[in-house]
Design a protein around this ligand. Structure first.
Ligand SMILES: [Zn+2]
Length: 65
């Protein structure tokens, strides 16, 4: 992660100047809460998928025993 990545919004790629507020999430830069939320939502979706996968595997194991 370099400072270069903090010059543009991670979501909409808008240029982030020195005078605008930069919103941080997991060392990524965003131009606003809406853009940051998109990344947070994406993470939460991934989390849900992981849970489903783990539960699915547990179910398979249960049926085998
Ligand atoms: Zn943005």
């Amino acid at each position: 992660m370099t400072l270069e990545s903090l010059k543009h919004c991670f979501t909409c790629k808008k240029k982030l100047g020195e005078k605008v507020n930069i919103y941080m999430y997991k060392s990524l830069a965003f131009c606003g809460v809406k853009c940051r939320k998109k990344e947070i939502d994406k993470d939460e979706e991934e989390d849900k998928k992981q849970h489903v996968k783990i539960l699915g595997e547990a179910t398979v194991l249960h049926h085998q025993s």
